[in-house]
Design a binder for this molecule. Structure first.
Ligand code: TRP
Ligand code: SF4
Length: 346
């Protein structure tokens, strides 16, 4: 394939324009992306059209939210020299492929997508009875297939979308081909090992629960949030022994602390040798030491927003090149290529 200048496998993934990211976004996905950029040819994009599938009524914040996501990516260590970053709507080719896929995707496939059923039932404050919301996995299929992604790193909830993408690729290849060759490979989901990060209330960290530690939280805010974090409920008094395995603060230590600290936590908690306040202080130290370098890096782009826009422009122009080449193949396979074709030339 001429478009692929090297032999690294291609990775593609996206995140919705949610605004600033929290530690759960980092541990669940972003840290994994940062590692992948060394081994794969990576395309990462901010899915602003996907954000519109649920938040179409007020778009006043969508652009800022996209840029905040990008800034957190750069802060976390995604490197424009090693991966391609862009905003979905800046590569409108995704929309053309989405339209073509919409022609061949049976409604039943979409109605069966688990996130569709779930969100229709759970989200009652918005009207999700829209065409765009039902079709969202088709858009996701276009996002992935337009880059012929080999691997798609996602959380468990997104795996059915990658499965659907494979089915759409297969169906397209069955209907259309270019002189006997398939246009689309079938991408594989790469399940991010789910280290479920607890929020300050002990539930999974999530923006909608209001229990997050943001990547941009300054040190005093991190320390304050940790102070109010729930602990092993059996440890009521300082003299009660506890169990880090059932304590959300213990979970934070497991993810972020050194083996030395972990050993002190284990011994001290189980023997009531340490207090929760001390233990939370160590957890805060660990968080601050990973957030500090991110916040330093972010500052550079906040002070000079032009830098971030240059990265986006560069990224979307690279992405458009790949996307345009795929669309040419698609149009060709569907007998819809631009330009005059002498009869019998195919
Ligand atoms: N749907 C994904 C989410 O809500 C975001 C997304 C959009 C995506 N397009 C994608 C993820 C393509 C992987 C590949 O998190
Ligand atoms: Fe949790 Fe630490 Fe308190 Fe043990 S000492 S209950 S691990 S906060």
């Amino acid at each position: 394939m001429a478009a692929r200048s090297n032999h690294r496998k291609r990775v593609l993934s996206g995140m919705r324009s949610t605004g600033k990211l929290h530690l759960g976004n980092y541990v669940g996905a972003l840290d994994n992306w940062v590692r992948m950029q060394n081994d794969y040819e990576c395309f990462f994009f901010v899915a602003d059209w996907h954000a519109l599938t649920t938040d179409y009524a007020d778009t006043s914040k969508v652009k800022d939210s996209s840029v905040e996501v990008l800034l957190d990516w750069l802060a976390a260590g995604l490197d424009p020299e090693r991966c391609t970053m862009f905003i979905q709507s800046h590569v409108p080719q995704h929309a053309e492929l989405h339209l073509l896929f919409s022609m061949i995707t049976p409604l039943g496939w979409l109605e069966r997508v688990p996130t569709y059923k779930e969100q229709r039932e759970n989200i009652t404050e918005k009207d999700l009875g829209t065409y765009g919301f039902l079709g969202y996995p088709v858009l996701q299929a276009a996002d992935i297939l337009i880059y012929k992604g080999d691997f798609v790193p996602v959380g468990e909830d997104q795996v059915p979308h990658v499965e659907l993408t494979r089915e759409i690729a297969r169906r397209f290849n069955m209907f259309y081909n270019r002189r006997g060759t398939s246009v689309f490979p079938e991408p594989q989901p790469l399940l991010t090992p789910a280290a479920k990060l607890p929020g300050t209330d002990g539930r999974k960290m999530s923006k909608s629960y209001g229990n997050t530690v943001m990547l941009t939280d300054p040190e005093p805010v991190v320390r304050q949030k940790l102070k109010t974090m729930v602990t092993d409920p059996a440890r009521v008094r300082r003299s009660d022994p506890g169990n880090p395995d059932v304590c959300p603060v213990g979970d934070l230590h497991k993810i972020f602390s050194s083996p030395d600290t972990m050993a002190k936590v284990n011994a001290g908690c189980r023997s009531a040798g340490i207090g929760c306040i001390e233990c939370k202080g160590w957890a805060a130290d660990a968080l601050v030491s990973i957030l500090n370098p991110m916040q330093e890096r972010r500052k550079k782009y906040e002070e000079n927003p032009r830098l971030a826009w240059d990265i986006l422009e560069e990224g979307s122009s690279r992405a458009r090149k790949v996307a345009t080449a795929t669309l040419e193949e698609v149009r060709d396979a569907m007998h819809m290529s631009l330009g005059y074709e002498a009869e019998g030339s195919k």
